[in-house]
Design a protein around this ligand. Structure first.
Ligand code: NFS
Length: 672
């Protein structure tokens, strides 16, 4: 009876309004037919809290929660709103913002620490399952940890022993999280002028853990009550995320699992196969999923699957695990963050293996309605529901654990209960660009460098560079804002670098293929893409790989002609459908690295207009970058383009673009 009432109270999503993707629409409908609830339906039933959304609800002590919404009529004269302790709306919103940065930075950085720990076991030769795959990358990153790659013996310079280098890199990397003195070594990877700016402003991170802990201290009741000072600490923690924790995660993953280079793959629910064992990996850390790839490819597992009547094993990924596996192995991507429940609702998901971050607890409830085995693997991320299996993954017996998981999926193949319904939609995509491959592709085969990219920016064929990243959010139409923003940018000759679920969305819409340049790009960008054979939207990996975007921008600065800092470049950042605390940390390190960054949906700052002005305007005077929020995706992209044009003008290269476009029009007129 109670259940019936609940079912009646539950509103259902309109599939056509919920997503722009036909496969997603089809599966939402399917879920509703089967009576299985999804995030799309819950978003209809539960609306966000009107005060929380403004950022002005404080629950940091038990005298509250104190709620300070902005009066409908706005504030006239002095803002007298305060909590029981006297905390102003600015303090409350800034504390909440800082805690989001802390949450996001800790998620990325703890992932980085996990990678560094595995790398330390590799360097100490304590594991047989992981190895160094890319020695070249190891040698490239060693100097950034102040690790020498050569030694002088009898006055002669010799290469240093690789094992020694690896061990020292591993130890120095681990130190970045908790060393007692000075500053993080990796922060020096930023352009020199930016590093000096941070030093002057007093925001150089000391070590990753300390900056996160200090946010928790400062935001405790009765500590930091100056929104500018709170944001200064948020800057330290966010820089520690982007330039240290996340960057080390990316680099050491490349060293152990290989630096990505462009590879073809497929994306969307249609990659699942009815006659195969479907194993879906979901989460973030490639430590586990790399082993699962190897296990799935082993003859032992393939034979076992055949024995059980399956035509093979189809491995697929969701969220950033998907990006990690796609960029290194071409493993197909099942979908974005919002499609995780839908993968199970196909009825063909024999096992879903999760590690950390972005995992819906409702997966367990959905899995109950099907035969799917839901397997948690990480000691810090377990689920309370009793149908969830926990297999704790350990780098010391990684392959054994991976095989156990794959075997469990194969054994489950014959247990499918519901009728299988897999949408047919899937797209071909090219993924796996990185700092190194952009250099190679845009530098041409004779000189690998960023000069050619810079030349094309200076001569105006490429108007600027945009980073479009981040999540999906059930408060917006799935993928709509990502795709609208990206299309608007490339139509205006802005090349797009993408990561995370935004990258998956781009793949699903066919924007990660070189062929799409002719259809969607402005004439300048189309010409560059066609000449070098790249897509106008470059997939740079997972969310920790936003560090690749920072480094690509740094390379552009180094190649010359476009200013001394990232803030001088014609670049802009965007997270059109963000939802996670990680996105706030990413946004803040982009802003304080000098990038104008626009978020979609909403920003939890509207209840504190003075604090909002600090983020949206005042930060530009300090760092050259600033925050903005624009939920309308076309206006969102236009704001980014306006900023890019402002930077072109400041650099004195605005006229070049007019010339190049005129040339092209003139040329087309002749051709025609
Ligand atoms: Ni990024 Fe990756 Fe996706 Fe958002 Fe979640 S998967 S780390 S947080 S939802 S982009």
């Amino acid at each position: 009876m109670a259940d019936e009432k609940k079912a009646k109270a539950m509103k259902l999503a309109d599939p056509l309004n919920a997503s722009i993707d036909p496969a997603t629409q089809q599966m939402i409908k399917r879920a509703q037919e089967l009576g299985v609830e999804t995030v799309f339906d819950r978003a209809e039933t539960m609306k966000p809290c009107n005060i929380g959304i403004q950022g002005t609800c404080c629950k940091n002590c038990a005298m509250g929660p104190c709620r300070l919404p902005l009066p409908k009529s706005g504030i006239e004269g002095e803002d007298t709103r305060k909590g029981l302790c006297g905390a102003t709306a600015n303090t409350i919103a800034a504390r909440n913002f800082a805690r989001m940065v802390a949450g996001g930075a800790s998620a990325h950085s703890d992932h980085g620490r996990g990678v560094a720990e595995v790398f330390l076991s590799v360097a100490r030769k304590e594991t047989e399952d992981y190895h160094i795959k890319d020695y070249h990358k190891l040698l490239a990153i060693a100097p950034h940890f102040d690790v020498a790659t050569t030694v002088t013996v009898d006055g002669e310079t010799q290469d240093r022993d690789m094992d020694e280098i690896a061990l020292e890199v591993a130890e120095k990397a681990m130190n970045e999280w908790g060393k007692p003195d000075s500053e993080c070594l990796y922060i020096k990877r930023a352009p020199e002028a930016t590093y000096n700016r941070w030093k002057e402003l007093g925001v150089l991170p000391r070590n990753v853990d300390r900056e996160i802990v200090e946010i928790m201290h400062r935001t405790h009741m009765g500590v930091d009550q100056d929104y500018k000072n709170l944001i200064k600490q948020s800057t330290r923690a966010a820089l520690a995320d982007g330039w240290v924790g996340s960057m080390i995660a990316t680099d050491l993953q490349d060293v152990m699992f290989g630096t990505p280079s462009p590879v073809q793959s497929e994306v969307n629910l249609g990659i699942m196969k009815a006659d195969h064992v479907n194993l879906v990996v979901h989460g973030h850390e490639p430590i586990l999923s790399e082993m699962i790839v190897a296990a799935c490819q082993s003859k032992e597992m393939m034979d076992y699957a055949a024995e059980k009547g399956a035509k093979g094993i189809q491995l697929g990924g969701i969220c950033c695990t998907a990006n990690e596996l796609a960029q290194r192995h071409g493993v197909p991507i099942v979908g974005t963050f919002l499609q995780q429940e839908l993968a199970i609702i196909t009825g063909a998901c024999d096992a879903m293996v999760v590690d950390v971050q972005c995992i819906f607890q409702n997966l367990a409830n959905v899995a109950k309605c099907f035969h799917t085995k839901l397997i948690t693997t990480h000691p810090i991320a377990r689920m309370e529901q009793n149908n969830v299996i926990h297999i704790e993954f350990d780098e010391h017996h990684a392959m054994e654990d991976a095989k156990r998981i794959v075997r469990m999926a194969i054994d489950n193949f014959e247990n499918r209960k519901a009728e299988v319904m897999i949408p047919t939609q899937k797209e071909t995509q090219v993924v796996g660009f990185g700092v190194e491959s952009i250099e190679y592709h845009l530098g041409g085969s004779f000189r690998g460098s960023y000069y050619t990219l810079n030349d094309n920016i200076i001569n105006g064929r490429i108007r600027g560079i945009a980073g479009v990243v981040g999540c999906n959010n059930a408060r917006t139409k799935h993928n709509n804002d990502h795709i609208t923003v990206i299309k608007e940018l490339i139509k205006n000759d802005v090349i797009v670098l993408t990561t995370g679920c935004s990258a998956i969305a781009a793949g699903m819409a066919g924007l990660l293929s070189p062929e799409c340049a002719a259809v969607h790009c402005g004439p300048g960008l189309a010409e560059v893409c066609e000449t070098v054979g790249i897509p106008p939207v470059l997939h740079l990996g997972s969310c920790v790989d936003n560090s690749r975007i920072l480094l690509a921008a740094t390379e552009v600065v180094k190649a010359g002609g476009l200013g001394k800092e990232i803030k001088d470049l014609p670049v802009a950042g965007s997270a059109p459908e963000w939802m996670s605390e990680k996105a706030i940390s990413i946004g803040h390190y982009f802003v304080t690295s000098g990038v104008y960054t626009v978020f979609g949906v909403t920003m939890p700052v509207d209840g504190a207009p003075v604090f909002r002005d600090h983020l949206y305007n005042e930060l530009e005077g300090l760092y050259g970058g600033m925050w903005d929020c624009e939920p309308d995706p076309v206006k969102h992209a236009q704001k980014m383009i306006a900023h890019i044009d402002k930077k072109r003008q400041e650099l004195g290269i605005d006229k070049a673009r007019e010339r190049v476009l005129m040339d092209m029009a003139a040329r087309q007129a002749i051709d025609g």
